[in-house]
Write a protein that binds this ligand. Sequence first.
Ligand code: GCB
Length: 611
Amino acid sequence: MHKSKSFFQRYFLPVVAMLIISSITDLTAHNLPLINVTGRNIISLDGEWQIIVDPYEAGFYDYRHKESSDGFFRNEIQHDKTQLIEYKFTSEHQLKVPGDWNSQDPKLFYYEGTVWYKKDFKVTADLTTRLFIYFGAANYESIVYVNGKKVGTHTGGFTPFCFEITSLVKKGNNFVVVKVDNKRHLSGVPTVMTDWWNYGGITRDVYLVKEPKTFIQDYFIQLKKNSFNEIEGFIKLDGATSKQKVKIEIPEAKIDTAFETDDSGYVKINIPVKNLSLWSPGNPKLYDVIVSSGEDKIKDKIGFRTISAKGADILLNGKPVFLRGISIHEENPLKGRRAYSIKDAEMLLGWAKELGCNFVRLAHYPHNENMIHTAEKMGIMVWEEIPVYWTIDWKDKNTLANAENQLSEAIERDKNSASVIIWSMGNETPVSDERNKFLISLSVLARKMDGTRLISAAMEKHTNPSDPLTQIVQDPFADYVDVLAFNEYIGWYDGLPNKCSEVKWKINYDKPVIITEFGGDALGGYHADKLTRFSEEYQEYLYKQQIKMIKKISQLRGMTPWILCDFRSPRRVLPHYEDGWNRKGLISNKGIKKKAFYVLQKFYKELETKK
Ligand code: GCB
């Protein structure tokens, strides 16, 4: 018998079905952060990747500037000779990963746009296990395709992202294509105006990660705030549908403790400990830590220490510490490219050590993991920052979401590293209601994710027109930080070096103070009298005057002058002296230690012997 369909059946159900199907067919995976990726079962995809430079994004948009639905530029398969395909990945056009494109091909030196990357890989693994693809970082926007299918997208140039590709790969040959776009955006983080090179590309390591069905996705294992007797944190499994056993072993500390997760695979941990050898610059002790659950086992090396602020003091393991620091960009100045390797980290941090540092400010974005771990091994404390820099679009909700995402990815990655003691919410951001709200949201998030470290931001000082010599640090965000930090350029952008002896400071906060920047430019090897700009003598004189001045700030507990090495910046256009480089380095891009290097070194040596 024919029964006519109701309105509900005829119109409503098909729409619902369509919605369900379209949400299922959107196969893009969520970014799944994997803690301690190198402690896992990984296969490196580093090396040569084939590329297509695509300034008009022809592989993404059609001629009406609509996103093309087909697998254009992501799919290598030519079905027959009649098919028009106007692109090809070839081995004549390749770039090294990890690495920025700007330093690898002179044509790409100033390039800001899209480059497509492609790499073939073989899967021999048993496909009952799970497979992930992990990118240490790619600047700035990335879309990942595996075997022609979109896997996921990521925004932000300095934090890792990882997608599950289990259902997309087959045994044998597979390929991954990544669209990387480093165009700057007004609403981006950072925004269009910075003072560093906008290096594009897959700038950090890429791995395939093999995991069992249920595996350890994340863990937080640190000393509880202000305690030497308790390790606190969590372990999180992925793939669990019922309670699971997990175990933490720290053999040297005679710890072997089991826990049971909830049904989703999460468990808070708490382990009593005794007589741990605490991590510090003088004793960069790292313990072997083994986390296991079912078939999965991850090895890590973790240092244990406490960090806190009390009045104007910074306490490391309960004892006051002065942070003898220097700011660093993630750049190898001798090669003029992004730094990424352990060797790069050893060179940069080796110079910092030689300078007498126990602390570095990794400006202005999260640096690669090799920097964090090398610092940890060398006994150097770290200030880690997100690129909330200068004037961000404070009103845009998406910009805040983007900044929060970059902050959480940084904390997710480095929360077990003893070296990292401070999370910085940004740099030189101009005070306004919207900016205050923005930074407060970030600080609330950081404290929620990690209650063990200190919160700060590089703020600014100001003067009142009626009293131009009194330098005032007052910022509504200061109430939300543990460490009051600010930049000042007295003697460079603000008067001549002798101004340092004339100023007074008004800092009405009972908090530790770090001067996160001061400095001036000097062209390595250029000598003149101490008032000639860009000479080494000017910079040397400026450092001497600065040191005399800041010693008078009673709450001063650290400093990170600007900066260890000359670094590339498109804003620095002055011929001969700058030529595309910010010359505030204490070490030139030729590796010459400028005169000011030795002024700071002497001061740091004095501080070290005084303590
Ligand atoms: C600053 C910025 C830093 C710049 C520096 C300079 O205040 O924080 O990113 O590079 O000044 O050299 O002007």
